[in-house]
Design a binder for this molecule. Sequence first.
Ligand code: TXA
Ligand code: MG
Length: 330
Amino acid sequence: MHTQVVGAEGIDQAVKWLRRGEAVAFPTETVYGLGADGLNDAACRKIFQAKGRPADNPLILHVLDKEGLAALSSQALPDTVSQLVEAFWPGPLTVVVRAADFVPEAVRAGLDTVAVRAPNHPMARRLIAELGRPIAAPSANRSGRPSPTRAEDVVQDLGGLIPLVIDGGPTEVGLESTVVDCTVYPPVLLRPGSVTEGEIVSVIGALGSPDAQSPVRSPGMKYRHYAPQAPVIWIQSRDFEVIERAVRDIQNEYQNPLYMAPERLIGKLPGTVYNLGMTDKDVGNRLYRGLRDLDRQSPSAIVVIWQSHDGMARAIANRLEKASTRQVVS
Ligand code: TXA
Ligand code: MG
């Protein structure tokens, strides 16, 4: 199959593919998604095929607004859901609610709940509006790989497997949405993202603890994830002595490993270093891009040096825990 890359002018064509039951990739503000008609079970199964995604990992349905969400739920929306979507939609927050019967089996992956979000990227919104139905979309990467933040990343993973990619340039956030399970009270954070726990708590009050729930509430979180081909070593420290010592050990063990580090460390590390920027927002935005760019050079290892405690830090740490094969902690 030839994979066509189009701009905004190709949205009509993307809608045609979706109506025919095919899966196409499109940008959101978080990462690129691989979308299919969210009410068509056979179409949603194509997503699993193209990604090589385990069948027990459910999909997120993308809608325009709270009304779109309410239509997919078997129950009146709990107050916590209304408060969350009023505060953060459209935006990088996904809520899990009780699923209406007609939500396809492939979307729910056997659960009686469904994850829903309203993206705020104009191309994603046009696609949903023109299709007139929710779009099921996981990140548009082969399963286990870093999520794509550029159209070329999608082509690298899914070229030849899907008919079309809408290119909207690099994504704004760079990490996947925050996922909150609102089928329990208090709601539970299933996946940290750029909407932080603190921001959520300020809107709905305390969150519940995940261990009060059944072991795997968010099936997607149990797999190794976000990983390039090369082994990833994460040096989790801000202490330059600790970093120096770890780097010396790694230099002895690996031939020419490649480094990613915050701007303040550039020039203090061996070789050319991928600049993660200054703020956690920068790091979130550049992490997957950097992992993919460095991986293309087939290094013996990728060494990520980063530690922080504010804002998006929890989301970044969560992705690095899953991407890394080894961690050095100070
Ligand atoms: O930012 C994002 O969320 C991107 C863009 C494309 O919107 N999508 C994305 O999808 O990251 P995906 O499939 O890579 O991650 C969906 C996450 C997984 O961890 C999955 O297990 C969880 O949401 N999830 C989906 N449905 C669920 C449900 N009913 N209950 C609990 N977790 C669910
Ligand atoms: Mg994903």
